[in-house]
Design a protein around this ligand. Structure first.
Ligand code: AMP
Length: 593
């Protein structure tokens, strides 16, 4: 399948045609579009028509379009239809420098090649599952809801790409890593990529929040905007122009948005240019510190975008004084990394640096081609396949050492009853959890004993105890919440181990084949036909030949869907990346205890 990618910016269109092996057949760029000066080279629509004319001899099987903002309904890549188009139109005011041009390009491309599927790949997609605490602004929530005021995050295609390259460089699975990716170009944003997912990012409801950009301000006290409005000197359009076009590096330096010129002026003593560079670097460093704190550590920092890839001096400024985090930059490597040719990345830290820093040549077009192919190829069987649902009440897994300290030197776990997963059993023993705010009595131990202590509670329990337990895959307890366990023989203070378990489905490899999924895929599972229909997104697939087919959710999740204890449901699988395949299904009432 040959995929044509169209990456539309405010004044340019980049395009690339990929063959089935992801090799580029042809690529190019049209610039200075829609400008009002003598150099004007036409509109975006004219550029697209011109590109298709140039590609006339090539076979094109699908077209992938980068779209900045599709709002709530369009966070995953989707085949373009009337709904997708309407969502892009609706969010023009939120992305005025991007959405109008994407729309013009999409319409022109569909006109030029109506016979193949066109897919929209959203800049917001990678951030779609940021935690609520990261997407929520602290304003009246009724107003926020009524106006769709929440954080989305952008540059997701680039952040995801950089994170994948960083994982490849570290030779570790992305799911095990805490990364900070910095896309620094004319638009700029930072992202905390925790265990493969965007946990925080600096752009928010619109691409205006966060870092200093070419002409955009990034973070500004909202009170300043009120003052400017009150002054009467600015109306809404005036503020829009100020924040989107006359701010950032351009506003600070008074020299325009090109960092090369600003760096040159700074080296010649220009004070405003120096200030622009300092504010830019300071803001980026501030976000690195914040994101390391949010993730409880960082394994690598990746720089990308025009500035991230090319400005060694800006990278050096940003990484200054981060030795306390474990980042030790290698000056020579940093200087040499400034030109990257056929390499995906370059390392810029020393051998003794605990945290790596790398420069990544971003490749949004490749990511868009992959997503486009994925949407077109992800036509999984739609028939409903049954999955039993187990509702896990709060429970704990203990090490031998912890068990003995709680229940006595000579104690061993007492079998109470077998669980569905082979070899797993509930024990007679129970422990009490003591949190800063409250205690929870009688939390059951599950056997056999393990190598690491892990206590699994629900969100409701978390608030009762007064702790902040992260949502984690089972076994990933590093950096999770502390808790005190109380047993008949004594107390044990765990410095970590308290989690809210991420919902998941255990399955045998034969089941994985039936469902067309593989280990660590994420799927959505719909519960439809009861009193409260609900789609559980972000369900992790865990495949092992020792597993029995079973979905595990906690009591809060079961209550939300009004599922009875130990229900057996009929669920269907779907690819979260393709809402077109979102679920069919019917819960066959609760069947067993
Ligand atoms: P992008 O939006 O990713 O294309 O990035 C554009 C930004 O990268 C502009 O601010 C350029 O000035 C900056 N840039 C590109 N090359 C260099 C370079 N060699 N040194 C400093 N900045 C650069």
């Amino acid at each position: 399948m040959n995929v044509l990618v169209i990456n539309c910016g405010s004044s340019s269109v980049k395009y690339a045609l990929f063959d089935k092996n992801e090799a580029i057949i042809v690529k190019g760029k049209r610039e200075r579009l829609g400008q009002q000066d003598d150099d004007r080279r036409g509109t975006h629509a004219e550029a697209i028509a011109n590109i298709f004319a140039e590609l006339a001899g090539h076979s094109i099987d699908a077209v992938g379009h980068r779209v900045v903002h599709g709002g709530e309904s369009c966070q995953q890549s989707r085949a373009i239809d009337d709904d997708v188009r309407a969502a892009i139109v609706k969010h023009i005011p939120d992305a005025p420098m991007h959405n109008p041009y994407s729309l013009a390009a999409i319409d022109a491309a569909v006109k030029a090649l109506a016979s193949v599927p066109h897919v929209a790949v959203f800049d917001t997609a990678f951030h779609a599952r940021m935690p609520k605490r990261a997407i929520t602004y602290a304003i009246d929530q009724d107003i926020a809801k009524a106006h769709g005021i929440r954080r989305y995050g952008f540059h997701g295609i680039s952040h995801e790409y950089a994170a994948n390259i960083a994982a490849g460089f570290l030779e570790r699975p992305l799911q095990d890593l805490r990364l900070i990716t910095l896309h620094l170009g004319n638009g700029a944003s930072a992202c905390a990529v925790e265990f493969g997912r965007s946990a925080e990012t600096s752009m928010g409801n619109t691409p205006l929040e966060g870092l200093v950009m070419g002409t955009r301000s990034g973070d500004v006290d909202a009170g300043v905007l009120l003052s400017l409005l009150r002054s009467g000197e600015f109306d809404v359009a005036g503020l829009d122009t100020l924040l989107n076009h006359h701010s950032g590096l351009a506003g600070l330096s008074g020299l325009g948005n090109d960092l090369r010129e600003i760096e040159q002026a700074a080296s010649e003593g220009n004070e405003r240019a120096r200030m622009a560079i300092n504010v830019f670097a300071h803001r980026a460093r501030k976000y690195i510190g914040a994101y390391a704190a949010i993730m409880g550590g960082v394994d690598a920092i990746a720089f990308t975008g025009g500035i991230g890839e090319n400005s060694a001096s800006m990278r050096a400024r940003i990484l200054q004084r981060l030795e306390f985090l474990g980042v030790v930059m290698d000056e020579d490597k940093n200087n040499d990394a400034s030109v990257i040719e056929d390499k995906d990345y370059a390392r810029i830290t020393t051998e003794r640096s605990r945290v790596e820093a790398i420069v990544v040549k971003t490749n949004e077009e490749l990511m868009i081609a992959r997503q486009t192919r994925k949407v077109i190829e992800s036509k999984r069987p739609k028939e409903a396949l049954e999955i039993p649902i187990a509702i896990s009440a709060r429970h704990c897994h203990l090490t031998e050492d912890t068990f003995k300290r709680l229940f006595g030197e000579n104690a061993t776990p007492t079998h109470y009853k077998d669980l569905v997963q082979p070899g797993q059993f509930a024990c007679e023993e129970r422990v009490n959890l003591i949190g800063p705010r409250n205690r929870i009595e009688g939390v059951r131990l599950l056997g056999p004993l393990r190598k690491v202590d892990q206590v699994e509670i629900s969100r409701t329990d978390e608030f009762k105890l007064g702790v902040d337990a992260p949502v984690r895959d089972s076994g990933k307890v590093a950096g999770s919440a502390p808790i005190i366990l109380e047993g008949p023989a004594g107390n044990v203070q765990l410095s970590e181990g308290l989690i809210c378990a991420r919902r998941h489905i255990h399955m045998h490899s034969d089941d994985a084949k039936r469902f067309a999924v593989k280990d660590r895929d994420e799927v959505s599972v719909a519960i439809v036909g009861g009193d409260r229909d609900l789609v559980f997104g972000d369900v992790l697939i865990r495949v092992k030949d020792s597993y029995a087919l079973e979905m595990h959710i906690d009591t809060d999740e079961a209550n939300a869907a009004e599922l009875g204890r130990a229900s057996v449901g009929s669920l269907s699988q779907t690819d979260v990346d393709d809402p077109a395949y979102t679920l069919v299904n019917q819960v066959h009432a609760a069947l067993t205890e």
